[in-house]
Design a protein around this ligand. Structure first.
Ligand code: ADP
Length: 495
């Protein structure tokens, strides 16, 4: 199959979140399965400064945006350690900026125009590069117009008439909502500005457009695909998602085990695998306690958290339970994250007041994230919602037992430890349902009871570490979904 993945982020060229990880890793896994895959993305400033080789193609673009024509060009590179071509749409007025989507918490005012340009440039690039494309894989709101152009302006127009589309939702909360007059920039007829297709409460909505026009839709976990069909996680788009549920599915993201593997990880005090987990984790735990200024105590449970300090991540629950537990339990807490100022203050205060129990690094540090994954006993993810979540998957590989709220990808990957799931070998963590401090506290009580029982804890660690959440597993599911979608579209064209 010939797949073109259109995205606004791909590691190592540009990243603000999970979309960048997926777009950087999935194409390589697809190529390893024998698929012909290319990537196309904007030539943001970070693309040019990331150190990867980029070359001009000599191809220029002229794109209509409303009444004006905007020029750009195409550059070419590759995903590192692969032959996967990456095409970059260069237009410095739009993309040569310090950030991808906005600065100081404010979106760029011309985001609509920037991504209309990008979408139309993707379609022009297919023609000018003579790319054979069986399926165009669009991702999140930034590429939501692509399925619409193919189904309207370009319907039946060679070389576009056979191209099927898959639209992947990485986080429904970010929708690309614009003033209705921005419809004029898209070049699409006003007749599509209706509540079934592009209009959302009087605005132009790129996410909704993608959901309405794509041949198939998926999210980054099956549970999230279910959850977004109702309120509140549908974020107002639950109606259209219900309407399209027959073509909506979920595929869990993979993990890049070349980066996240305790057997080879250069950030750790000791490397270990399933057979050497006991000694290896003990060494990593002692090193982490030392690094974070906590007393080095082997038998005290160490609870870790890495992530954005945002309500989505359940950080308010962690703060509340920590305040309750810090006087009554011997558990130690290690936090790494940046985000809302009130949590920075709170965790700084907690660390000052309870230096033997709480350590907080309010920064972004990839090496420390690895050391927390390895050195903690328990990893906390009490998220309010979680489209997929990566940290729980890293935790499994590192033999660090996740405590999660059963939502989205967390519900799909973590099996709550009970007598039955321990006996069947499926248990790999602890889950709770209600979004409350009490529910998290109860789950942690169960977790620490298991921690105190060495054979049970070791069984959990072994279950966790044996699991395979690699990209090749997810890529096989994408191949199936691509195939089904292409076949279905062919049949629809014939009938
Ligand atoms: P989301 O994309 O919603 O932020 P994910 O769990 O899917 O959540 O991915 C978050 C990624 O960002 C993980 O790789 C995690 O280790 C990393 N990360 C988040 N905050 C930090 C931080 N402060 N320092 C280092 N890595 C971080």
């Amino acid at each position: 199959m010939n797949i073109l993945l259109a995205t606004s982020e791909a590691v190592p060229f540009a990243k603000t979140g999970g979309l960048g990880d997926v777009s950087g890793a999935l194409p390589i896994a697809l190529a390893e399965l024998g698929e012909q895959v290319s990537v196309i993305m904007p030539a943001f400033r970070s693309v040019k400064t990331c150190g990867e080789p980029i070359e001009p193609t000599g191809i220029d673009l002229e794109i209509s945006i409303g009444k004006k024509t905007v020029r750009g060009s195409l550059l070419k590179g590759r995903l590192p350690r692969s032959q996967v071509p990456v095409y970059f749409v260069e237009q410095d007025d739009y993309f040569d900026r310090p950030e991808l989507y906005g600065e100081d918490g404010k979106d760029y005012e011309d985001n609509c125009e920037r991504f209309v340009f990008f979408s139309r440039a993707v379609l022009e690039a297919i023609r000018l590069l003579n790319l054979k494309v069986d399926l165009l894989h669009a991702n999140d709101w930034q590429t939501g117009l692509l399925p619409a152009y193919l189904k309207t302006l370009l319907a039946g127009v060679p070389p576009y008439e056979q191209i099927a589309t898959l639209f992947t939702v990485h986080n429904l909360a970010y929708q690309g909502n614009f003033w209705h007059w921005d419809m004029l920039l898209t070049g699409l007829d006003w007749k599509y500005f209706n509540w079934h297709q592009m209009e959302f409460h009087g605005n132009l909505n790129f996410m909704k457009t993608g959901l309405a026009f794509a041949d198939a839709i998926n999210t980054v976990s099956p549970r999230y695909a279910e959850e977004i069909q109702s309120s509140p996680l549908g974020c107002g788009l639950e109606g259209i998602l219900q309407h399209r549920r027959e073509v909506l599915s979920g595929i869990i993201n993979g993990v890049s085990y070349d980066l996240w593997n305790p057997e080879t990880d250069s950030h750790l005090a000791a490397n270990y695998g399933p057979e050497t987990a006991e000694a290896g984790k003990a060494a990593c735990k002692a090193a982490l306690q030392k690094e974070m200024g906590l007393p080095v105590e082997a038998d005290v449970p160490l609870l870790g958290f890495v992530g954005r300090l945002a309500e989505q991540k359940g950080i308010d629950l962690i703060a509340g339970v920590m305040q309750q537990w810090v006087e009554s339990s011997d558990a130690q807490w290690v936090l790494l994250g940046t985000g809302e100022a009130k949590y920075h203050e709170l965790f700084e205060k907690m660390a000052e007041r309870y230096p033997a129990k709480v350590a907080a690094q309010l920064a972004f540090s990839n090496p420390l994230a690895h050391r927390i994954e390895a050195g903690s006993d328990v990893f906390l993810m009490p998220s309010r919602y979680e489209p997929c979540g990566l940290n729980q998957l890293y935790s499994l590989k590192f033999g660090t037992i996740p405590v999660v709220r059963a939502t989205g990808g967390l519900a799909d990957t973590i099996v709550n430890a009970t007598d039955a799931t321990l006996a069947s070998g499926e248990a790999n963590g602890f889950c709770f349902h209600e979004y409350s401090q009490l529910a998290l506290s109860e789950a942690l009580t169960r977790t620490l009871e298991a921690y105190a029982d060495k054979p049970t804890w070791n069984r959990l660690i072994q279950n966790a570490m044996q699991q395979d959440w690699s990209w090749s597993r997810s890529a096989k599911q994408y191949v199936q979904l691509y195939q089904q979608t292409i076949e279905r579209v062919k049949q629809e064209v014939c009938t």
